[in-house]
Write a protein that binds this ligand. Sequence first.
Ligand SMILES: Nc1ncnc2c1ncn2[C@@H]1O[C@H](COP(=O)(O)OP(=O)(O)OP(=O)(O)O)[C@@H](O)[C@H]1O
Ligand SMILES: [Mg+2]
Length: 264
Amino acid sequence: MQDLKPSYIKTFAKDDLELSTKDLRVLYGGKVQKLFDASLQFKEHTITALIGASGSGKSTFLRSLNRMNDRVAKINGEIWFHGLDVNQPNINVYELRKNIGMVFQRPNPFPKSIRENIVYALKADGQNDKNELDRIVEESLRAAALWDEVKDKLDKSALALSGGQQQRLCIARALAVKPEVLLLDEPASALDPVSTSKLEDTLKQLRSRYTMIMVTHNMQQASRISDYTAFFHLGHVIEYNSTAEIFTNPKGKITEDYIQGSFG
Ligand SMILES: Nc1ncnc2c1ncn2[C@@H]1O[C@H](COP(=O)(O)OP(=O)(O)OP(=O)(O)O)[C@@H](O)[C@H]1O
Ligand SMILES: [Mg+2]
């Protein structure tokens, strides 16, 4: 039987925290437990990579943070977004997801124009000042490093963009509602190397203003862009530390084996 006790879990000063979980447990179908007592703290304006083999619980953890698992799973334990208790039943989940946005593995733009993709949520909220919406379109596309490529075709279909451009559009769409946190579940796995590199540059530029938590299977990617890394194994968080420490000086044997490519 493998020892699944954490070998090291980094913590931060309370004032530096953006988001944290305490003893987070997730059970699918009400009974099958797939995440065990995950206690992780995320520091403001950093990028944290979540790594681990397929099925280790990375997406389960990530999706719990903005209540995307509500319909399929039972969530126990605590999630704190600053002073807000995310698991409280009376939380406005729509508002929560404006603060904690999400970008998925497959780019999923709406079948609408580039512009409409970005202003969709704002219009739904009753914003209709055209100048202000135009300003947000430009600001969001610039932040997602897509403006120069699309500024002359804002009213063309988003589906005509390349996969990499679509993924950056999905980031721009998420940024338009002014989130503090971006959750990214393998955002580059469907992209070619050039698009991946552009996406990584984009995320690095966003780090000064946003807190990002990103699942990745790509160890080089984790070490290139993340500040901190959490290693998941069979639903347990085994080790959490600065990315440099995790990759050069892992404390746990399972972490070391995973990083060296012995499994997963
Ligand atoms: N909606 C669901 N209903 C039931 N079981 C689920 C559901 N989603 C995930 N699981 C199970 O929970 C476990 C963890 O899955 P999860 O998707 O979190 O893994 P992961 O680390 O993201 O894997 P991958 O790297 O393949 O994306 C797996 O055993 C999976 O089959
Ligand atoms: Mg996953």
